[in-house]
Write a protein that binds this ligand. Sequence first.
Ligand SMILES: C[S@@+](CC[C@H](N)C(=O)[O-])C[C@H]1O[C@@H](n2cnc3c(N)ncnc32)[C@H](O)[C@@H]1O
Length: 266
Amino acid sequence: MSVSPSPVPPASLVSALRAAGCVFAEDEARVLYDTARDEAELTAMVERRAAGLPLEHVVGWAEFCGLRVAVDPGVFVPRRRTEFLARQALARTRPGATVVDLCCGTGAVAAVLAARSPGRLHAADLDPAAVRCARRNLGPLGGEVHEGDLYDPLPAALAGQVDILIANGPYVPTGDVPLLPAEARDHERLIALDGGADGLDVLRRVAARAPRWLAPGGHLFVETSERQADAALAAVRAAGLTARLVEDEELYATVVVGTARHAGPA
Ligand SMILES: C[S@@+](CC[C@H](N)C(=O)[O-])C[C@H]1O[C@@H](n2cnc3c(N)ncnc32)[C@H](O)[C@@H]1O
C-alpha cells in the first residue's frame, strides 16, 4: 500500500493490534499494511480485526502452501495444519490425475494440487458461499466446483475414475464446538465445524461411498484429530479401503490415507 513511503508498518499499528489481543501483532500488521490500498481502508481493516473478525476475512485472502487463496466472509479459513494434508495428497498426485475435493471450503487444498500437478479437477461443498469462493480460486486453474451434499453433485461419469479424493470436512465433536476460539464460532458456519457426536459423521459418510468413486489404487485423504484417529481408521477400513495414518507433530496434523484395492483377476 502507499499510505507512507516507509516499508515498515508503523509502530502504532502494531500497538493497536496488540491492544486488541492479536498475539502475532507484527505479522498481522504487515499483512494489513501490505493489503490496504489507502489510510482509510487500513483504519477500517484494523477496526474489523479489533472487533474479532479473522484476519483472513478482513483482508479477503489466506496464504496456503505458498498460494494466495481468496477467503470470502463466513467461509472456513484454511488452516496451517491442513497444509500437511495438501502435501500428502500432492505427493501421490501424478500429472493428469483426476482429483476430487469434497467439503472444499475455499478450495485451498485442491488449488495446491491443481497449481503443482495439473489434471482433471472437481470440488464440491454444501455451502453456497463456499462454492462461490472455491469457484473464484479454482476456476482459473481449470477446476469445476459443484454445490451439494458430499458426492451427490459430482458428475456420474467420475465414478470409478478418481485418483485422489480429498475430504477435509467438519470434524469437531458437537460438544466441543463451544470450546472453539470465538473467531471460529462467530465467523465460520456451524456446518463447517460440527462433525456430530464424535466428530466423525461426515468422515464415515465419505468413507462409505469412497470405493464407488475411487479408481483402482486411488487414494482418499481425510484430516482428523489424534483423539479420533483410531475410529477414523476403522471407518475407512470398514468401507473396504486399506488405511494408514500419517502425522506431523509440528503442525499437530493427523491424516488418514485410504487406498482402494486394485481389481483382482476376473
Ligand atoms: C472444516 S471446513 C474445511 C474446508 C476446506 N476443505 C479446508 O480444508 O479449508 C468443512 C467444509 O465442509 C463443508 N461441508 C460440511 N458438510 C458438508 C456436506 N454434507 N457436504 C458437502 N460439504 C459439506 C462446509 O461447508 C465446509 O466448507
